[in-house]
Ligand binder design. Structure first.
Ligand code: DP6
Length: 351
């Protein structure tokens, strides 16, 4: 094996779930199926450089730089993930690994970056595997393997391997769907959904009081645990049908129900689960009012935090932008919002 350093790079997007993954079983398997829109502009770019180590040291050897600064927290999390992968990727112990990663969405916006960062990392690992083993995977197999590895890093990251609308979890109406990896959700023909857009309204940029991992753990003994699974399965069946039939009202209804259900589960998990802010509720009220008066097909969704995603269609962009500037931006921290849209998935970087 040569002593040269090889560098691989991937840019991977974040995603926003309409059907929420909330609660997990052993080894990062979801309690329910989830469905998300892959974003376009909110991305992480990660480069992995690797060089063969001298024989003998069988520990994972890595350094992790985020925006040029070495980060011990990222090193710890990545080392844990790579250790857990050693049985199937034994070569990881044979190399000095250096990760250099950057997010292109602004710092301290409270936007979760685990989906984009773990999917970019997973893609780097699968590319490295191809290089060191000389075994070239078929296109579908490459992304499926990436999705499995991304899932082990962060569940929602499994969906960021694909563009468009993506599901993760075994879903009766979707062939080949699995709890192990995500599946691109195909819908027939030309659709307005192919051009859906997302404005992320930053209500608070503070770190969340409850991390997603803690929130998932709290679902284990949650009094509504079984009911939540039934609800998520029913919502999944309804939204996938609605997407196939271009039924925007139902897509909106289910998505908003999922967002509020996630927060109902959080609030009933414990006192720290109240993550919505007064301005989150103001924004929700304004969106409902604007939808009623304008007749537009927009709707909102919210992740496990106070920020609101306003989902709308490209052909309504001008009206929505003026609504956001005039009515919603005063509720945003420092007037801050991110203008994003549906994206086409990860891209490989040339180093
Ligand atoms: C509310 O994927 O961040 O955003 O698997 O512990 O890393 P871990 O959790 P994470 O959970 C995301 C939860 C969610 C809903 C979703 O994206 O489906």
């Amino acid at each position: 094996m040569s002593e040269e350093t090889i560098t691989i790079g991937w840019r991977a997007p974040s995603n926003i779930a309409l059907i929420k993954y909330w609660g997990k079983r052993a080894n990062q398997l979801p309690e329910n199926g989830s469905l998300s829109i892959t974003l376009d502009k909110s991305t992480t770019t990660t480069y992995l450089s690797f060089q063969k180590k001298k024989a003998g040291d069988q520990n994972i050897s890595l350094r992790y730089f985020f925006h040029g600064v070495q980060q011990s927290q990222f090193e710890k999390k990545t080392r844990e993930l790579l250790n857990s992968l050693l049985t199937e990727m034994p070569f990881l112990a044979d190399y000095e690994l250096v990760f250099k990663s950057e997010n292109n969405f602004p710092h301290s916006t409270g936007i979760a970056s685990s989906a984009s960062s773990m999917s970019a990392l997973a893609l780097c690992l699968v590319s490295m595997e191809e290089k060191v083993t000389g075994n070239q995977l078929k296109h579908e197999d490459f992304y499926q393997r990436g999705s499995i590895i991304a899932r082990l890093g962060s569940g929602s990251a499994s969906r960021s391997l694909y563009g468009g609308i993506v599901t993760w979890g075994t879903i009766p109406s979707i062939d080949q769907s699995s709890d192990d990896y995500a599946t691109p959700f195909l819908f027939p023909g030309e659709s307005r959904l192919n051009r859906v857009m997302d404005i992320i309204l930053i209500v608070s940029s503070k770190e969340k009081a409850v991390s997603s991992s803690k929130g998932h753990a709290l679902m284990k003994a949650h009094p509504y645990r079984e009911g939540r699974k039934d609800q998520a399965n029913a919502n999944m069946a309804e939204i996938t049908n609605a997407i196939r039939n271009n039924d925007y009202q139902t897509i909106a209804l289910i998505s908003e129900n999922e967002a509020l259900s996630l927060h109902a589960l959080l609030m009933t998990s414990g006192p720290e689960g109240l993550l919505l802010k007064p301005d989150t509720l103001h924004i929700i009220e304004e969106i409902k009012l604007f939808r009623e008066t304008s007749g537009l097909d927009l709707f909102y969704t919210i992740d496990a935090g106070p920020n609101v995603h306003l989902i709308y269609y490209e052909d309504q962009r001008e009206q929505v932008l003026s609504f956001v500037r005039q009515t919603l931006s005063p509720y945003c921290e420092g007037g801050q919002w991110i203008d994003d849209k549906i994206g086409s998935g990860p891209i490989q970087m040339t180093s």
